[in-house]
Design a protein around this ligand. Structure first.
Ligand SMILES: [Zn+2]
Ligand SMILES: [Zn+2]
Length: 252
């Protein structure tokens, strides 16, 4: 019996368990790591602020993106960080499930249409974290998205100058201070400028990619570094976004 036949048989007899709920994935999708029920439960971001898609306050402009650097033109996240999205991100980040890249990228591509993408730039990890994890989850996602969107991925552009420590326990202002000046970007190569000008002046976006957006402080610091490196319009895409407080209370 050939190995190929054996592995086909194995998949039929032992389908993958969904990494979010533990149920077997459908037999017609033997290589999928997330079941269709969990994918259907992912809640997309709809409407909201033109720039960042966060729900707008009852009065006045969006407060979520007000403090970000002006060089970041737009930010999109595919889904809210609910239970299923959290499980998916956890497996990608801490359990070595790099094979999740294409599944996650398909979810992103379903909900996010990039504006004139010139290239994708994953948010880098610091040296120590990268060494410990062995891979950068943002780069895994960027590469899978690059395949779907047919856009080049340029991972070496941004460097993290220092580890910024865990962000989770900090409030928004502290996070901003924590990541300010944490990145440096290499100079924008002429061909990116060229494709930027060819597709309509100032229309091409270099797109930062990360798994989760919490306050956007990290994205904003990275966008600022790109601006200083002479890169054109900067956009950003993440798979998930931390729930706003009101939604969190509803979901709990
Ligand atoms: Zn599931
Ligand atoms: Zn906004």
């Amino acid at each position: 019996m050939s190995w190929k036949l054996l592995s086909t048989l194995e998949r039929l007899l032992l389908p993958n368990a969904c990494i979010a709920c533990g149920q077997a994935v459908e037999r017609r999708r033997p290589d999928a790591l997330i079941c269709t029920v969990c994918i259907a439960r992912l809640a997309p971001l709809v409407g909201g602020c033109d720039r960042c898609r966060q729900p707008l306050p009852p009065v006045g402009p969006c407060r979520f993106c007000a403090e970000w650097t002006a060089s970041m033109a737009w930010v999109r996240s595919a889904v809210w960080l609910g239970e299923e999205a959290r499980a998916i991100v956890h497996h990608l980040k801490y359990d070595g499930y790099v094979a999740l890249g294409p599944d996650i990228a398909r979810v992103v591509a379903r909900h996010v249409t990039p504006r004139y993408p010139a290239c994708l730039i994953p948010i880098p990890l610091g040296h120590r974290r990268l060494k410990r994890r062995g891979y950068n989850q943002a780069e895994i996602l960027a590469r899978a998205l690059g395949e779907l969107w047919d856009v080049p991925v340029v991972p070496g552009v941004l460097r993290r100058l220092r580890e910024t420590g865990p962000q989770t326990s900090l409030d928004a202002a502290a996070r901003e201070a924590n990541v300010a000046g944490a990145f440096r970007a290499s100079r924008c190569p002429p061909d990116v400028r060229w494709s930027a000008s060819r597709s309509g002046a100032k229309q091409a976006s270099v797109i930062l990619v990360d798994d989760v957006l919490t306050t956007g402080a990290t994205m904003s610091a990275a966008a600022q570094a790109l601006l200083e490196g002479g890169w054109p319009e900067i956009g950003a895409v993440t798979f998930a976004r931390a729930l706003p407080y009101s939604a969190k209370a509803v979901a709990a």
